[in-house]
Design a protein. Structure first.
Length: 289
């Protein structure tokens, strides 16, 4: 039996190669575009501005940090350079390998946070654009168990606004995440209080426009080539379509073409359906880890 092609790993490999070629790093997060023209040439500067803003919320001192959903290890690499101890939780085998290469000195756990069996205590649980992928019933209660006395949680991620009523109502939209009210209730229920909070939605929203422009360039090339082959080599076009159908279902092909040729994903839509927040949480008095 032929092995199933790991399209996620292939996509990550290609995407990281492109980001590395464009910026010299493998950051997978949004950029902070305040004062910057929204161009591909400024992407690295925008991503570095984002990291600087995020690190401004780190507690003082040398920390033992659990980087949950650590991407390709770029954030962990910077944290190690600042003198912190870092452990990374990342479920993707491909990204785990990149973390071991990029963030040498960090301990990498190739698992989901829900299945993570590592031991605390940690001074900080960090979610940089990974909080939305973990159920609220799992994320903060588990952090509470892993944190040292006085430990904190730092989250930078999208949260859905009340304007978002689901994919059926609006189609595919950028962003995502837990509802703000649900997050606030979960934080209180897990014994956390908000220590600091900042809404940076307007500053990160242009990342969506830049990303969509890139996909539209790819889409233009693909549709241009497809049309040329269909007109001059219809048999070859039919065979190519059949081959693609072996790997991608009709629904996935339609979603891919929406991404490549559509315009509904935009900074304006992002601002309507999302709030992007940096939130620092600490245990309430008398509820240490």
């Amino acid at each position: 039996m032929a092995k199933k092609i790991d399209t996620q790993a292939v996509g990550l490999d290609v995407g990281l190669a492109f980001i590395r070629w464009l910026t010299g790093a493998e950051n997978l997060h949004y950029g902070l575009w305040t004062g910057l023209e929204v161009t591909a040439g400024n992407l690295r500067a925008a991503q570095e501005a984002y990291t600087a803003r995020l690190f401004g919320y780190l507690p003082k001192g040398s920390l033992r940090i659990l980087d949950i959903g650590g991407g390709a290890g770029e954030t962990a690499k910077k944290l190690l350079a600042l003198g912190h101890q870092v452990e990374i939780v990342v479920p993707s085998p491909f990204l785990a390998a990149r973390c071991r290469e990029t963030a040498q000195g960090a301990t990498v756990h190739e698992t989901t946070f829900e299945a993570f069996q590592g031991r605390g205590p940690f001074d900080l649980c960090l979610f940089s654009e990974s909080f939305q992928y973990i159920p609220l019933t799992e994320s903060l209660p588990k952090c509470a168990r892993l944190l040292a006395e006085g430990g904190q949680v730092l989250i930078a991620d999208c949260f859905r606004t009340d304007a978002y009523r689901g994919r059926g109502a609006h189609g595919p939209q950028p962003g995502g995440g837990h509802r703000v009210a649900a997050f606030q209730a979960a934080a209180a229920g897990a014994g956390f209080a908000v220590l600091a909070e900042e809404d940076i939605t307007d500053a990160v929203a242009p990342s969506i426009d830049l990303e969509q422009r890139f996909f539209n360039v790819l889409g233009h090339g693909i549709t241009r080539i497809s049309g040329e082959i269909r007109g001059k080599r219809p048999g070859a076009h039919w065979a190519l379509a059949r081959i693609i159908g072996l790997f991608l279902s009709r629904t996935r092909r339609e979603h891919l073409m929406q991404r490549l040729t559509g315009t509904s994903r935009s900074a304006e839509a992002f601002r309507i359906y999302n709030r992007y927040r940096i939130v620092g949480l600490g245990r309430r008095s008398g509820q240490g880890g």
